[in-house]
Design a protein around this ligand. Structure first.
Ligand SMILES: Cc1cc2nc3c(=O)[nH]c(=O)nc-3n(C[C@H](O)[C@H](O)[C@H](O)COP(=O)(O)O)c2cc1C
Length: 360
């Protein structure tokens, strides 16, 4: 038993779609909680006016009845309200009538740092819009909705997942960058609490929880670095200062005073808080564009300028929380299985009962 996530959708197309497979039957979902995460993703200092336009809301097309999962694929949809301005330009079928609205002219000046050039070459495109629409991080909307579902499942096991920005003086850096018509990145951290020891496994990259979390975070647009626990700093330390001594309380339950490992040893959760960080590069769409080459004429010019965020670090904290939540939920489904939620919860309960683990 595992969780799966498939998404589809273009940034200015009609909608974004996610299908979540492998949920147990009987999980109660709260529409307001999913929409609250979608709203969190849209907020944050430095976002573009598009976020006021979009007010994302989840729709469920399948897998849910009267608010409870059926144990069948869950189909989620978030409509793009902005699509009405792109109805001709992003029409799935050949558009009727005269070109109107946005996206009617081909994009031929690819933005450095975006998928524009690589995607255009890869798919043999004449219009970089055919590449950038899917490469856009608008797709993270449905990933956040799926993450909210995963977090609801984890809550059944008492596991919580929380993302936050760790970069300091972010607002000041954003103000300065905006004044210069530039962009900034930053660092976010996600902590998963009350994860039982034993999720993940030792050797393969598909099994190791650290590898899976790194892949989940690297799977988010603009993430260029991932750290687990003390991460890169560990390389500078001595062993005696880098590992977390194993202690036992008066009841014999095992615990640590430190958590340099970030809750994972040997690719397996060790029962401590799981701590991961992701570094985001500065966003590639600049209001003062970088040099590019017109793919139509071969002439040097300036890259595409399109409405864009100055920073999306706060949004990344929410997206990263969803990605980590989904991956931890996936590992929990693998370990505890069960077609009915009650079986999943019972398997976890029996396991936690058996091991000498002290929850915090
Ligand atoms: C939540 C979020 C919002 C983003 N918003 C923008 C944006 O407004 N403008 C932009 O140029 N890039 C934005 N990005 C980053 C691009 O999507 C990303 O840099 C691009 O798709 C190229 O992929 P890569 O950076 O992983 O190589 C955003 C990323 C995230 C995670």
């Amino acid at each position: 038993m595992t969780l799966t996530l498939t998404t589809a959708g273009e940034s200015h197309g009609p909608a974004l779609v996610a299908i979540v497979g492998g949920l147990p039957a009987g999980l109660v979902l709260d529409r307001a909680a999913i929409d609250a995460d979608l709203a969190r993703r849209q907020k944050g200092y430095g976002r573009s006016p598009r976020q006021q336009l979009e007010r994302d809301e989840v729709e469920v097309l399948a897998g849910l009845r009267h608010g409870r999962t059926l144990g069948t694929p869950l189909a989620l949809v978030v409509r793009n309200r902005d699509h009405r301005n792109w109805a001709w330009g992003m029409s799935p079928w050949p558009p009727e009538g005269e070109p109107e609205g946005k996206g009617t002219k081909p994009v031929t000046l690819p933005r450095p740092g975006h998928a524009d050039l690589a995607g255009t070459l890869k798919f043999g495109l004449a219009d970089a819009r055919d590449s950038l629409e899917r490469a856009s991080a608008r797709q993270t909307t449905v990933a956040v909705a799926a993450g909210a579902v995963a977090k609801a499942l984890l809550a059944q096991l008492g596991i919580s997942v929380e993302g936050r920005v760790v970069s300091e003086q972010l607002e000041q850096r954003i103000d300065e960058a905006r004044a210069d018509r530039d962009t900034v990145g930053g660092v976010v951290e996600v902590i998963a609490r009350n994860v039982p020891p034993g999720l993940g496994s030792y050797a393969a990259k598909e099994e190791r929880l650290d590898a899976r979390l790194a892949a989940a975070l690297m799977g988010i647009q603009a993430v260029k670095g991932v750290e687990i626990g003390a991460g890169f700093e560990l390389a500078e330390r001595r062993g005696s200062e880098a590992h977390d001594e194993i202690l036992a309380d008066s009841q014999g339950a095992l615990y640590r005073e430190t958590n340099f490992a970030g809750g994972i040893e040997g690719g397996v959760s060790n029962g401590e808080d799981m701590v991961v960080r992701a570094a985001m590069k500065p966003l590639p769409t600049l209001m003062r564009p970088l040099a590019s080459v017109d793919l139509d004429t071969g002439e040097v010019g300036e890259a595409l300028v399109e409405r864009s965020d100055v920073a999306a670090v706060e949004a990344l904290a929410v997206v990263a929380e969803a990605a980590v939540g989904f991956e931890v939920a996936r590992a929990a489904r693998e370990k505890f299985g069960g077609d009915a939620l009650a079986d999943f919860v019972a398997a976890h309960g029996a396991y936690v009962e058996r091991i000498p683990w002290r929850t915090r």
